[in-house]
Design a protein around this ligand. Structure first.
Ligand SMILES: [Zn+2]
Length: 286
């Protein structure tokens, strides 16, 4: 690594002082996205969900369906009792579909299946009057994903799985919110395939839209010779908060080229060898 520019807005600190948990990745390892055989396809699960929502209240069987409601990107969750010397514990507010009979079947997004239970997500942000019905009882509220992440015991596989499901759900719901219109002709889109895809409603277009993510590189630039790491901070950070550099991968460049370009643009530092570490989903942009 060669320093060629100003370091006014950067910091070079000793990485010996940093304790980094490298064994786990937040939002990865979603148990509902395994390759194990499923008891029903997403489409047939959605047909069953439609029948359930149309059935009279006295004739409702919830099947093995569980629904997670979101409000403004926050999943329903509650904290659990724990002693002061143990890590905080929480669980998601899964509720049966019968709590959402005022919602259309197209509002539900299929998340996956585990142990013959099918999981769904629904965005209740624009249905303030209906949100209370899905609040799940006392103690439940809509909680920021970042808050859940910080409160998660990373050694607890079950909690990490719940966090991954919540992250997947938020990512899909956000994708639905930002793909209301076809990017080719501007017509409205509708969810298809149990909310796993969308399709343009214009007869001559019918373009299918698939959930995609924008790849981001996060790099820890190190100076081996002087035992230092390059960090940065933003105006909105609290005092003494620093982070690794990061940036979007642009069209026409590899991950390694993105690391070099972003580091150069942000700090004026020229990077040498780039070594890949690992990847993870990151559903909490805001
Ligand atoms: Zn279109």
């Amino acid at each position: 690594m060669e320093a060629r520019g100003s370091l006014d807005h950067c910091a070079l600190v000793s990485h010996r002082a940093m304790a980094i948990l490298l064994q786990a990745h937040a939002f990865a390892g979603n148990p509902t996205r395994s390759n194990r055989p499923q008891s029903m396809s997403p489409s047939s699960a959605h047909e069953s969900l439609k029948s359930l929502l149309a059935a009279p209240p006295s004739d409702v069987s919830n099947l093995n369906f569980k629904v997670l409601a979101f409000k403004n990107g926050k999943p329903l969750a509650t904290s659990l009792d724990h002693s002061s010397d143990s890590p905080p514990k929480w669980r998601l507010g899964w509720t049966p579909p019968s709590n959402f009979k005022d919602f259309s079947a197209d509002s539900f997004v299929y998340l996956g299946e585990e142990s013959e239970t099918v999981y769904w997500a629904i965005d209740a942000s624009e249905n303030e009057d209906k949100v209370s019905k899905c609040a799940g009882g006392d103690g439940f509220c809509f909680v920021e994903l970042r808050t859940l992440m910080v409160a998660t015991d990373w050694a607890d596989a079950g909690s990490m799985g719940e966090l991954a499901i919540a992250g997947h759900a938020r990512g899909l719901l956000e994708w639905h919110n930002t793909t209301r219109f076809c990017g080719y002709c501007g017509s409205s889109t509708i969810p298809i395939d149990a909310g796993r895809r969308k399709q343009c409603t214009k007869e001559t277009c019918k373009k299918r839209v698939y959930p995609r993510v924008d790849p981001v590189v996060i790099m820890l630039v190190i100076d081996r010779e002087n035992d230092r790491a390059l960090l940065s901070r933003q105006f909105r950070f609290v005092p003494r908060m620093w982070s690794c550099l990061a940036g979007f991968v642009e069209p026409g460049e590899s991950l390694e080229e993105a690391v070099r370009r972003e580091t150069w643009e942000e700090t004026g530092i020229e990077v040498g060898e780039v070594v890949y570490h690992s990847s993870q989903p990151w559903p909490c942009w805001t």
